[in-house]
Design a protein around this ligand. Structure first.
Ligand SMILES: [Mg+2]
Length: 221
């Protein structure tokens, strides 16, 4: 089998750092009329519009928070936003429990391809710091994980589609587009999945497996 494996919030913690920064940002912004939830909704709206233009990653996120600040409370704008966002790139990588051992088990049985989206420099930096790259046969970073990128990946792998599995936490970029491209998928939900990655999981009898922990992959592959 070929196992395509997502990285952020599948192999290591990621979104919790963004959530922490958003909380600090809203508190620091201290908007006179808007509630925490309303400011949060404004952030989501800006992110939804901008990821199409500028892609994913901390640089885009910093730009988004600056934009929200300029819109909602221009007098509060300052370097503090960039400083706050720097905490995201500076924290050590926290590999999710059971991941390393499970990859070591799978590596000798299947072809493992890390398949992640985002800013290439930032993603490759995380891969390096995670110490997991030696457990993969290949690593791919793409701008967007949509049905077209799964089609392209599957054409390149040149293997029957039912022997290719996508494993990840995000319905929107791991599960649904992989299923749409005719591949099989393993959904491992993460409590802190980014709101923009939420989506109803497509029904795909016989092609979709839902697990609660990464280490459970050992029971299936
Ligand atoms: Mg993910």
């Amino acid at each position: 089998m070929i196992l395509l494996i997502d990285a952020d919030d599948t192999l290591w913690e990621n979104n919790i750092y963004f959530e922490r920064v958003i909380d600090h940002f809203v508190v620091r912004l201290n908007h006179p009329h808007m509630t925490h939830a309303e400011v949060r909704a404004a952030i989501d709206e800006v992110e939804r519009a901008n990821t199409k233009l500028h892609g994913y990653g901390t640089e885009s996120f910093t730009r988004n928070l600056r934009e929200v600040c300029t819109r909602l409370a221009p007098e509060a704008a300052g370097d503090w936003i960039a400083e706050l966002c720097r905490t995201i790139t500076e924290h050590p990588i926290e590999v999710i429990e059971g991941v390393r051992e499970t990859l070591a088990y799978l590596q000798v049985r299947h072809r493992l391809v890390m398949f992640t989206k985002g800013n290439p420099a930032e993603q490759f930096g995380k891969i390096e710091r995670s110490g997991l790259s030696a457990l993969f046969h290949e690593t791919r970073v793409v701008k967007e994980k949509d049905a077209a990128s799964y089609e392209a990946m599957s054409a390149e792998l040149d293997q029957p589609k039912d022997s290719i599995w996508m494993i990840g936490n995000s319905p929107k970029s791991d599960i649904n587009p992989a299923l749409a491209a005719g591949l099989r998928a393993v959904w491992i939900p993460h409590d802190a999945t980014w709101v923009l990655e939420h989506e109803e999981v497509t029904a795909a009898p016989g092609r979709l497996l839902t697990l609660s922990r990464f280490s459970e992959l050992r029971d299936w592959f």
